[in-house]
Design a protein around this ligand. Structure first.
Ligand SMILES: *Cc1c(COP(=O)(O)O)cnc(C)c1O
Length: 402
């Protein structure tokens, strides 16, 4: 019997015709860098910044060459100094730790709950134990914690809150966008996120000084008045001769690609959530599968789906993942002995400075699987995914009792 055809889940969000037209016009102009001496009409990066600040409801947005860069600038702008401890979600992606290490700071992992969101009790413990002044929370894979409670906790604990929103563009808590709850937020335009510009990121904040520092560090030279949003002159004057230029700018081409996709976000969210909800409903009736509880206040946008198999030990998990892959579903598994592709977990970071251990998170991730949801996934494909998982789980469980 030949293996079933693999499900194609890898397609990035498509580039709209309007973006292609904008790129063509941009190329014809030759003006591919965001700044120009002598002023002139503002460019696409500035337009993107203004649009993003409006979308999230912050006073400022600063475009960068990646979300990792935006996080790095948020940390610097929030006053992180070399050697300081910075609290971060233990369930995250490698560039988040990288941003902290890049700032010369020491990552301290905060555990997550089995609902895949930050554990606020562990946050209080780690804040007290380390004296940290900063928290970088990841809304990893689109799972958003109670952001009102988190913001209150941070106020009480004296923590500056920075939100990593690489997976949560369009997601809300109590109707308010992620990225608007903390001192700063950061989004990604990498191809597998909600807006596909290949590479790129953006920082949002309403804090004058953080915005000024981020703009100057991002590489504005003294042309920052051309930014889409910029603090008043008096604020810029405080920082303009004190912030090194790290050249982390976004290109005009990337901004032209991103801009028309912002208008498509509501339709994309509806498309992703329709697939997610259909598959989640199917998995809810498969014995042995655990899905994260989603509170009423969480307005999620799920461009991927996560589930756990809490009853399985590592060898059965490995057998389950292999059976899914044989069945045509390429699952990612956070419990793998070695990091694979984009997927990593606390045990894979042990050689980094500070080695942020998170045993409870690792135990949760040891039975956590994940797959992408491309836009336009047919209902039949959603149902096939449920069937593949159910069959593979049956095989893995039979193996356990054999
Ligand atoms: C992709 C991602 C980032 C970093 O985004 P880049 O634009 O690739 O730097 C940060 N955090 C999470 C959770 C991500 O998935």
């Amino acid at each position: 019997m030949s293996a079933p055809a693999p499900l194609a889940l890898g397609a990035p969000p498509p580039i709209p015709q309007a973006a292609r037209d904008r790129v063509t016009a941009r190329l014809a102009s030759g003006r591919l860098h965001r700044y120009r001496e002598g002023g002139g009409a503002s460019g696409a990066v500035a337009e993107l910044e203004a649009a993003f600040a409006e979308l999230i409801g912050t006073r400022y947005a600063v475009a960068t060459n990646s979300c990792g860069s935006a996080l790095y600038l948020a940390l610097l702008g929030a006053g992180v100094q070399p050697g300081m401890p910075v609290l971060m979600s233990a369930f995250t992606l490698a560039p988040v730790i990288g941003a902290i290490v890049n700032a010369g700071a020491r990552p301290v992992a905060v555990e997550i709950t089995s609902d895949l969101v930050l554990d606020l009790d562990d946050l209080a413990d780690k804040a007290a134990a380390t004296g940290a002044r900063h928290l970088l929370v990841s809304h990893m894979r689109g799972h958003v914690c109670d952001l009102e409670r988190l913001a209150d906790h941070c106020d009480r604990l004296g923590l500056a809150l920075i939100e990593d929103c690489a997976h949560s563009l369009g997601a809300t808590w109590a109707g308010r966008p992620t990225g608007a709850f903390g001192l700063a937020g950061a989004f990604s335009f990498q191809s597998w996120k909600h807006v596909n510009a290949g590479e790129g990121g953006i920082l949002v904040t309403s804090d004058d000084d953080l915005a000024a520092r981020a703009i100057l560090h991002s590489g504005s030279y003294m042309l920052y008045r051309q930014n889409g949003t910029c603090p008043p002159d008096a604020v810029m004057a405080r920082w303009r001769d004190r912030c090194a230029n790290f050249s982390l700018r976004l290109s005009e081409i990337a901004a032209e690609i991103a801009l028309p996709q912002i208008d498509e976000l509501p339709a994309r969210a509806a498309d992703w959530n329709a697939s997610h909800d259909r598959i989640a409903a199917g998995l809810a009736s498969v014995h042995g599968v655990a899905l994260a509880h989603r509170p009423e206040a969480e307005g999620y946008v799920q461009s991927s789906l996560q589930f756990r198999l809490p009853g399985l030990a590592a060898p059965q998990m490995a057998a389950f993942v292999a059976a899914c892959r044989d069945g045509g579903l390429f699952l990612k598994w956070f419990g793998m002995a070695e990091a694979e592709g984009y997927t990593s977990a606390p045990r894979h970071w042990s050689d980094l400075p500070g080695a942020p251990g998170a045993p409870r998170t690792q135990a949760i991730l040891d039975t956590l699987c994940d797959f992408r949801l491309p836009l336009g996934l047919a209902p039949a494909a959603c149902d096939r995914i449920v069937a593949i998982i159910a069959a593979a789980l049956g095989q893995a469980t039979a193996r356990r009792t054999a």
